[in-house]
Design a protein around this ligand. Structure first.
Ligand code: HDE
Length: 712
């Protein structure tokens, strides 16, 4: 691995954590009390075959610690993967914010990022159709700033008080604890269909965004409108965006289902391997800035987290770049114990009254008490800021800091008044002075009531293949529901978003789209009132299409880190292989030999090449493209292997690029590829550049309809 042993750039956070980092190299085994141990395999017994003695403190300590190794998993976003890196600013943004990370271009701010799925447990598979969490901890000179976002720019609900209901509905059904990490079940759609504000986020989850190819190929969004405050105290509204350098790429549902079995850790492995290989993923940070005076100029409310600001209305201004370049040393200590909080902000950034954000400000500290067990979770190395912490908070379980002195209160004279208050010139934080004038009410603003315009805009903005995937996703998810009235209610709602979409889904479900929904139960529980308030009459078209909503919008010609399977057996033509390998690796792709057997495989020149996987131990869905070099003997052996043909047929069905040279073509001729010879991503005896271009396109969706007939 290229990155192994490679000296990492200095990071203040790495240095700061070093005092808690332990390396066993050359060390003697001890107990937790520092006692050197000379036998950790045999307990203390009364005679060789005798009973174990209670006295054995070494045994007791080892088992005691083991018994308590687990902590509660996160109630949401339990399954995740993290990495370290840094953020660099392109140009000072001092006109709109005084935050040091956004004004000082000389800084290289350390970051720790955790990506996650939402619904599944800690051990669930990575490829669930779900929202992905995208949380970034910036260790700034002025304290920790957490940007706790998702890979979709909007959220399901408008008010934090509905969050427990949303999550209870999507989690496994409580009587049978089924299904794991899946939204395709009755309780979720029961909830969704009665809370129409969810429909926007829901249609994003049904799109390709719900099953990313890689964490490295996802956008990230802060979702809520935040504030940026400049040195003069002026506030502007802002939405945060992360744009991946590798473009936004997804996989198909059929692949996801198969990857679940072939490699449940697909995303985690992908991130880890890319960083180990030195292919550091990068994202650019962008701001969508809205001056305060423009707050009410939109057809939607900026405080409503179920709405995005189309990039055509407010462009995203790119301000800097984040690079992830270091894997954690210890998953538990870092990725599991990291505690994010949207309330961790620094001077120059502030909140708005978005009622979802306001509720989150309570939840994220509270949850750490049950998860990490103590209000001292901020002292855990991964959570510590790189600047000093001084205050009068004391004690509690697992306190690490040894505070000196007599005073733990303010104001004091005995302790010289310390720690003293920060003056504004010293970077003291003050909240933005927002004028608030209103009645105390338990209500939702009328300006939050349009639930259909933006899901409709999203669907209109997708390309045809993307739209088809949405229809298929709804058909699958609703097809898994067992209550007809829930499916019908969903059909009725989808019809309000887009009639052509509803027609496709209704055909697949074998159910009519209802003209109206009239269920006595909904009247009884008051749910109808909510839906009736949001009839399609409210649908507005303030923009025909927003190009940025289609994930084809962020272009990337890079094939860096794409995995290419080279199918061979003994006797393969080395000159074909070398030519393609050289060209692909020059562009950063990962080329792996998949052979009819493990160990080493002989080429036609007699040289031995190491086999990455035998056909038995891997699957087509784990690769982005396939190459078959010539060599009569090799191709004849592959033709006899059913798995080799399945490998090709699956890649074909999933619209991937396939290339073959010389006799390699004969293998394609015994697969369904024979019917796709004119396909632009099937490259037979073509220059490597044609294959590279086909891989960069990610998928040839033009093949999709015809490829559906391939029975794999
Ligand atoms: Fe979270 N969310 N959330 N959430 N969330 C948590 O905090 C919560 C919301 C998000 O990698 C929990 O430390 C409430 C929106 C991410 O460690 C918890 C509401 C967005 C992560 C919590 C929301 C998110 C979490 C569970 C409704 C996108 C993973 C563990 C008001 C902007 C962080 C934890 C990580 C985690 C509560 C809504 C993103 C329980 C009450 C909106 C990426 O505190």
């Amino acid at each position: 691995m290229k990155n192994k042993g490679k000296k990492q750039p200095a990071s203040k956070k790495k240095e700061e954590m070093a005092k808690n980092t332990s390396n066993p190299e050359g060390k003697i085994l001890t107990t937790n009390q520092g006692l050197k141990v000379n036998d950790t395999n045999n307990s203390l017994k009364a005679g060789e075959r005798g009973a174990t003695l209670l006295e054995d403190f070494i045994l007791r300590e080892k088992i005691f610690h083991f018994d308590h190794e687990r902590i509660p998993e996160r109630i949401v976003h339990a399954r995740g993967s993290g990495a370290h890196g840094f953020f660099e600013l392109y140009e000072s943004q001092e006109a709109i914010t005084k935050a040091g990370i956004f004004t000082d271009t000389s800084r290289k701010t350390p970051v720790f990022v955790r990506f996650s799925t939402v619904a599944g447990s800690k051990g669930s598979a990575d490829l669930a159709r779900d929202v992905r969490g995208f949380s970034t901890k910036f260790y700034t000179e002025e304290g920790v700033f957490d940007l706790v976002g998702n890979n979709m720019p909007i959220f399901f609900i408008q008010d934090a008080i509905k969050f427990p209901d949303l999550i209870h509905s999507v989690k496994p059904e409580p009587d049978r604890e089924i299904p794991q990490a899946a939204s395709a079940h009755d309780t979720f759609y029961d909830f969704i269909s009665h809370a129409t504000e969810t429909l926007h986020n829901q249609i994003w989850v049904m799109s390709d965004r719900g099953i990313p190819r890689s964490f490295r190929m996802m956008e990230g969004f802060g979702i809520h409108t935040f504030r940026l405050i400049n040195q003069q105290g002026k506030s502007n509204f802002v939405k945060f965006h992360w744009k991946p350098k590798l473009g936004v790429k997804s996989i198909t549902w059929d692949e996801a289902v198969k990857i679940h079995g072939a490699d449940a850790d697909f995303h985690r492995r992908d991130l880890w391997d890319a960083i180990e290989e030195g292919h550091y993923p990068e994202w650019e940070l962008g701001f969508q800035v809205v001056p305060e005076e423009d707050e009410h100029k939109f057809d939607f409310d900026l405080l409503d987290p179920t709405k995005l600001i189309p990039e055509e209305m407010v462009p995203v201004k790119i301000v800097g770049k984040m690079t992830l370049n270091r894997n954690p040393d210890n998953f538990f200590a870092e990725t599991e114990q990291v505690a994010f909080h949207p309330g961790h902000i620094v001077p120059g950034i502030d909140f708005t009254n978005d009622p979802l954000l306001q509720g989150r400000l309570f939840s994220y500290t509270d949850t750490q008490l049950s998860r990490l067990g103590s209000p001292n979770f901020n002292e855990i190395p991964i959570n510590r800021p790189i600047n000093e912490v001084n205050n009068n908070q004391r004690d509690a379980q697992m306190r690490m800091t040894v505070n000196k002195g007599k005073t733990a209160y303010f104001p004091n004279s005995i302790g010289g008044g310390c720690p003293h208050l920060a003056k504004m010139a010293e970077g003291g934080f003050t909240s933005y002075e927002e004028r608030i004038d209103g009645k105390k009410v338990r209500e939702r603003s009328e300006s939050f009531s349009d639930h259909f315009s933006q899901p409709a805009l999203f669907y209109r903005s997708l390309t045809k293949p993307e739209q088809n995937h949405v229809a298929e996703a709804y058909s699958f998810e609703l097809g898994k529901c067992t209550y007809a009235h829930i499916k019908q209610r969903m059909l009725w709602l989808i019809n309000q978003i887009d009639e052509s979409l509803a027609k496709k889904v209704s055909k697949n479900l074998g159910l009519e789209i209802p003209k109206k929904i009239d269920e006595p139960i909904n009247q009884a529980i008051g749910a109808d009132a909510d839906v009736k308030k949001h009839q399609p009459g409210k649908k507005k078209i303030y923009l025909d299409k927003s190009a940025a909503l289609s994930q084809t919008h962020i272009k990337s010609d890079s094939i860096a880190t794409r995995k290419i399977a080279v199918l061979v057996s003994d006797g393969f033509k080395e000159s074909d292989y070398n030519k393609i390998k050289k060209a692909l690796e020059a562009k950063g792709a990962m080329v792996q030999i998949i052979a009819t057997h493990g160990g080493e495989v002989n080429c036609d020149k007699g040289d031995k090449h190491p086999v990455k996987h035998s056909l038995m131990t891997t699957e087509s869905v784990l690769f982005d493209a396939i190459y078959i070099p010539g060599g009569k003997q090799s191709v004849e052996a592959l033709k006899k292997e059913a798995k080799a043909k399945k490998f090709i047929n699956e890649a074909l069905k999933h619209c991937k690029a396939i290339a073959a040279d010389s006799e390699g073509e004969e293998l394609l001729d015994v697969t369904y590829a024979l019917d796709f010879k004119d396909d632009e991503a099937i490259c037979i005896n073509k220059d490597a550049s044609v294959f590279i271009n086909a891989i960069a396109q990610h998928r040839n969706w033009k093949r999709e309809e015809a490829a559906k007939a391939i029975p794999v």
